[in-house]
Design a protein around this ligand. Structure first.
Ligand code: ADP
Ligand code: ZN
Ligand code: ZN
Length: 731
């Protein structure tokens, strides 16, 4: 009897494809294995989703599977189900979702089986040597001490940024070497877990949280709400110890910017186990290796950014999401999935606990915690000796500003600098100035492809559009009147850096933003230099706000918060509250008390006052109440349909037709079509249709009905469109 297979292919068409299984093929494909099939003129690799005896296609139309790549399913049952569920939830094809979940190398046909691992370890000579004899060769000493604990794979050595020259020197001494072994899957950690450094003694709140988490069996989601520096990471480490001791693995997800060598080191110091690290900077091969280590159970701990969520585990034990409010967990391009929401679903399908941690929880998670769906754990005090920062507002109405800095702030900076401390200034605008202004006619130079102003980058001699990447040499003459009196309007980080260097010539300034950290490893270098005290004044965008410890920073100032308070996006207050609280958390982390200052023209803005007086926790709860009244997420559910076209009508007509297919419903609110906040970008006119409903199931049902019809409309081919479920920003 002929057999047929349904195959999920990585193409945007929202369907699977039928193929014949030829008698001659081996092994016999089953659900979840990869197969190679002809697709149009090409060959493609896809995943079998179903096997059946019948097929709807006429026999002459059906083509043969040409190769079977695996003899067992690539993904465990729960993980497979997760991709299936996610495809349905995010309205994309199963094949597209799978292509998010599976490493590129596997999608190109690499073997899923373990290969070889290359690692650094001590030689016999190295074992017998005393690292103190290395004298002042600190980098070498550090490596030897690390290797005394456990071997380090070549990938880990890179991730930890071990000095390449020190590694080379140690190999020349014949103290260490690179060894290679087939991955015979060393899972000895399951029987005898080797510990590293002894942990801190947990304080009372930490102990309560750990006890609650250790107690859980099966699926359970907890929100660990702990102020910055309250010791959340210590709680994770304690929980992970319990999990590893039970022979199970831990998956830790961190925001893109949080995956630094310091983060990995903290885990590495506590547990002498293999840690698989997955992030977007890896080569396809490195990513595959880490994936295999996790799948075979060799890696006891898996740490990664968003897409590491899909890493298979032989013995899944727990999923932890740190800084769960961070927007990098939501993928913005292509399939717009949210790693936090999928992590909770994965925990459910795997029947393991999930822990979401943050000092500034998202309103989504807070809503779930308050409603009792999540276990709510709180750490309200800073761990160790650090005390809460003093906070203040500088009203800059009618105040003279230099580089956007008031005299009051300059004075305060001087006090902290003279006391030998570091100062951090936060300004969320990179470049020299956010616009180029003609002093004669008032014209602001605008991108020719977007409805946005060019940002002036003085040091590059360019004006750049931050929305489409468009760039030109700085014009000599006004495009409107021909005048040569052109000047920057407003202040960006580049200009601020220059002004501070002049104001405080004796204190070195460092600037951290996307422009100064674009080279790989440069952020790390700059952070290290800050830690060494090479810089005294730190200027940066929100890159500086996240997760870094700067023990000598005692003054943190936010220069211009008015823009953040008046953004059109309904999430703006939440985002601002998170940002402020995270930035404020950078002040006085160690034994030195900190100060946080905020410059604003809106010192009596009620939102700002609410945040300052009651703190993020209370502020967020009142925001949640406002969302409830306004029928906004997370209380109501939202889907954003975006369409863009060269002709605005094309986008608009398409969205109108979409709205028509969704139909009228008293529990459904449709807003639009309307112009997007940035209504022209890179030459395209952009239009939005917002769909809101109280019930997720209603959204699911209406879209599943409408999509097959909408996709067939000729209008659908006249624009580029996409569906963003639970959108994180409305741009
Ligand atoms: P968070 O993740 O909440 O920001 P961390 O776990 O990084 O906090 O802890 C902040 C600082 O306090 C770290 O330097 C950590 O070593 C220290 N710390 C955490 N828990 C304790 C404790 N129980 N006793 C002493 N110091 C602690
Ligand atoms: Zn542009
Ligand atoms: Zn002009």
């Amino acid at each position: 009897m002929p057999q047929f297979a349904e195959i999920a292919l990585p193409v945007p068409l929202r369907q699977n494809f039928s193929y014949r299984i030829p008698d001659t093929i081996a092994p016999m494909p089953t659900q979840g294995v990869r197969v190679e099939v002809p697709f149009g003129q090409q060959k493609m690799i896809g995943l079998v989703t179903n096997i059946s005896d019948t097929c709807d296609l006429p026999p002459q139309k059906i083509r043969n599977i040409t190769r079977v790549l695996d003899d067992e399913s690539l993904l465990s049952e729960p993980l497979y189900k997760l991709t299936e569920w996610a495809a349905r939830y995010y309205f994309c094809s199963h094949g597209m979702m799978l292509s998010q979940a599976i490493p590129v190398a596997l999608r190109k046909g690499a073997s899923a089986q373990p290969e070889t691992i290359r690692y650094y370890a001590l030689t016999e000579k190295g074992e017998q040597s005393d690292s103190n004899s290395l004298g002042r060769a600190h980098a070498q000493k550090k490596i030897v001490e690390l290797l005394k604990g456990s071997e380090v794979t070549v990938e880990e050595a890179q991730a930890l940024e071990l000095s390449v020259s020190a590694l080379k020197a140690l190999r020349e001494r014949d103290w260490i070497d690179i060894y290679e072994r087939p991955v015979t899957t060393d899972i000895s950690w399951r029987d005898a877990l080797k510990m590293g450094e002894a942990p801190h003694k947990l304080n009372k709140q930490q102990a309560v949280a750990v006890a609650a988490l250790n107690h859980q069996q099966g699926f359970h989601c907890s929100l660990l709400e702990g102020v910055t520096g309250s010791g959340k990471t210590e709680v994770y480490l304690s929980l992970i110890e319990t999990v590893l001791k039970a022979g199970k693995q831990a998956l830790v997800l961190v925001p893109e910017i949080g995956l630094t060598p310091q983060t990995i080191n903290r885990f590495k110091h506590r547990f002498q186990v293999t840690i698989a690290v997955l992030h977007s900077g890896l080569t396809d091969k490195q990513r595959l290796d880490a994936w295999r280590q996790a799948r075979s159970g060799e890696a006891a701990i898996i740490i990664g950014t968003r897409s590491a969520l899909f890493t298979p585990m032989a013995w899944p034990g727990v999923i932890i999401l740190d800084e769960e409010h961070d927007s990098s967990f939501k993928q913005q391009e292509g399939v717009g999935y949210h790693a936090r929401d999928l992590a909770v679903m994965r925990g459910h399908l795997e029947d393991i606990p999930v822990v979401l941690g943050s000092a500034t929880p998202s309103l989504e998670s807070l809503h779930n915690a308050i409603a009792g769906r999540y276990h709510h754990l709180q750490l309200s005090e800073r761990a160790g000796s650090a005390v809460k920062a003093r906070q203040g507002v500088i009203d800059i109405r009618n105040q003279p500003l230099r580089g956007g800095v008031s005299q009051a702030l300059f004075n305060e900076m001087r006090i902290h600098l003279q006391a030998g401390n570091q100062v951090l200034l936060f300004l969320n605008r990179r470049g020299f100035a956010p616009a180029l202004l003609c002093h004669e006619c008032g014209y602001l130079h605008e991108c020719d492809r977007c409805d946005a102003f060019f940002t002036l980058h003085q040091s590059l001699g360019e004006i750049r559009c931050h929305h489409c990447g468009n760039q030109y040499a700085i014009p000599r003459q006004c495009h409107n009147c021909g005048s040569t009196m052109l000047q920057g309007q407003g202040i960006g980080t580049e200009q601020l850096e220059g002004i501070l260097s002049k104001e405080f010539p004796e204190y070195p300034v460092v600037r951290i933003d996307r422009d100064t950290t674009s080279r790989k490893g440069s952020l790390e270098q700059q952070l290290n230099a800050i830690h060494r005290g090479s810089f005294r004044i730190l200027v940066g965008t929100q890159m500086l706000a996240k997760g870094h410890h700067f023990p000598d920073v005692t003054l943190v100032a936010l220069l211009d918060v008015d823009g953040a308070l008046f953004s059109a996006d309904f999430r703006a207050p939440e985002r601002f509250g998170q940002l402020y609280t995270q930035v404020a958390g950078r002040a006085g982390r160690a034994s030195k008390p900190g100060t946080v200052l905020l410059q604003t023209h809106q010192s009596d803005n009620p939102l700002l006052q609410d945040l300052l007086q009651r703190g993020y926790g209370e502020f967020a709860r009142s925001q949640l109440e406002e969302r409830r009244m306004a029928l906004l997420p997370p209380v109501w559910h939202m889907v954003l349909i975006r369409a863009e076209a060269h002709q605005a009508e094309d986008a608009e007509n398409f969205l109108r037709a979409f709205a028509e297919q969704l139909g009228q419903h008293k529990e459904l609110e449709l807003i639009g079509p309307m112009p997007a906040p940035l209504d022209r970008k890179a030459g395209f006119h952009r239009r939005h249709l917002l769909v809101q409903a109280a019930d997720r199931r209603l959204i699911q049902q209406l879209f599943e009905h409408a999509l097959p019809i909408v996709e067939q409309l000729p209008l659908a081919r006249r624009c580029r469109w996409s569906i963003d479920r639970d959108p994180q920003d409305l741009l």
